[in-house]
Write a protein that binds this ligand. Structure first.
Ligand SMILES: [Zn+2]
Length: 280
C-alpha cells in the first residue's frame, strides 16, 4: 500500500513537470510571468547601482549555457535562475547518482536515477517560472558544440573533464563568446574567464593534460563546488551587466582548507593554436 501511494505521488509530480515542460496538455494556463516591473521580486537587484532597472532587463534578456549540471553547475544554475536570467541552457548526459547528493544541490533523493537535465530543469522552473530552461541531454559533443554555444551570450564551464573543457574553450574563442571556467579538487578551487581579447584555455595549457585526474578519483568537501559555482554565476552576471572587474586574463585560486586566496595572470600565449584566428 505504502509503495503504491509513493508511486502515485511521484507520477503526479512527473505529470506536473511535464505540463510545465509543455510535453502534456497545451491547455494548461500559462504561468504568470513576473518581470522586474511586476513587483518586489528583483528589488535587491534594482537597488544596486550596478544593476538597476536596466541591468535587470539585461539579465532577463540574456542567455547562459551551463555545461555540466553537477557540483559547480548546481549553484550556478540556481543563482542564475533566481536572478531572472531569461534563458538557461543545461548540457549534461548523466543521470543522478546517490553519490552526487553530497554536493550537487540541484537534486533530491527523489531524483536518483533521473536524467540530470530533466531533474535540474524541473528544479529551476520551480525556482523561477519566468526562466526558460533548455536542456541538452547528450551533453556538449564535438557534433553539437558550435550550434549550441552559438545560441548563448555566456557559457559556464562547470564540467568535470578536459576534452569537454577544451571543446568549450575552442568553440567560445571561435565564436567570440565568454567562457566562465571553474574547477575544483578536494578543498581547492579555481575560476577564470576566457573571453575575446584575453587568453583561452590553450594559452594556459596548450594540450589536453594526459594525466588529468578523473573527477571521480578525488574527494571533495561538499560546499567547495558551492563556492566556486557561485563565483562562476557572479562572473557570468557581471559579464551580462558589463560591470566590475572580471577574471579575464587572471585565474583566482581558492584554498578553502587554509582559507587563502591567490591569483595568477594568464597572458595570451603567442604560440597558442587558437589565437590570431578570430580573437583579437
Ligand atoms: Zn589561446
Amino acid at each position: 500500500m505504502r509503495r503504491g501511494r509513493k508511486k502515485k505521488a511521484w507520477e503526479m509530480r512527473r505529470e506536473n513537470e511535464m505540463r510545465r515542460d509543455g510535453k502534456m496538455s497545451e491547455k494548461m494556463p500559462e504561468r504568470k510571468r513576473e518581470t522586474s516591473r511586476d513587483g518586489a521580486r528583483y528589488l535587491r537587484h534594482r537597488m544596486l547601482a550596478q544593476v538597476g532597472e536596466d541591468g535587470q532587463k539585461k539579465l532577463e534578456e540574456s542567455r547562459v549555457l551551463i555545461v555540466g549540471a553537477g557540483g559547480l553547475g548546481s549553484p550556478a544554475a540556481l543563482y542564475l535562475a533566481a536572478a531572472g536570467v531569461g534563458t538557461i541552457g543545461l548540457a549534461d548526459f548523466d543521470r543522478v547518482d546517490v553519490s552526487n547528493l553530497q554536493r550537487q544541490i540541484l537534486y533530491t533523493e527523489l531524483d536518483v536515477g533521473r536524467k540530470k537535465t530533466e531533474a535540474a530543469a524541473a528544479r529551476l522552473r520551480e525556482r523561477n517560472g519566468a526562466v526558460r530552461v533548455l536542456t541538452y541531454e547528450d551533453g556538449l559533443t564535438e557534433e553539437n558544440a558550435r550550434e549550441i554555444i552559438g545560441k548563448y551570450d555566456v557559457v559556464i564551464d562547470a564540467c568535470d573533464n578536459f576534452p569537454t573543457r577544451y571543446r568549450i574553450s575552442d568553440v567560445c574563442m571561435e565564436l567570440g563568446k565568454p567562457d566562465v571556467y571553474g574547477a575544483i579538487c578536494e578543498f581547492m578551487g579555481q575560476v577564470t574567464v576566457f573571453a575575446p581579447g584575453g587568453p583561452c584555455l590553450r594559452c594556459l595549457s596548450p594540450e589536453d593534460p594526459a594525466a588529468a585526474p578523473d573527477a571521480r578519483a578525488f574527494g571533495v568537501l561538499g560546499a567547495v563546488p558551492g563556492v566556486i559555482g557561485s563565483l562562476q554565476a557572479v562572473e557570468a552576471m557581471k559579464w551580462i551587466l558589463g560591470t566590475g572587474g572580471s577574471l579575464k586574463g587572471r585565474m583566482l585560486f581558492l584554498d578553502l582548507l587554509s582559507m587563502r586566496a591567490d591569483e595568477i595572470e594568464i597572458p595570451v600565449n603567442p604560440r597558442c593554436s587558437r589565437h590570431g584566428t578570430g580573437n583579437s
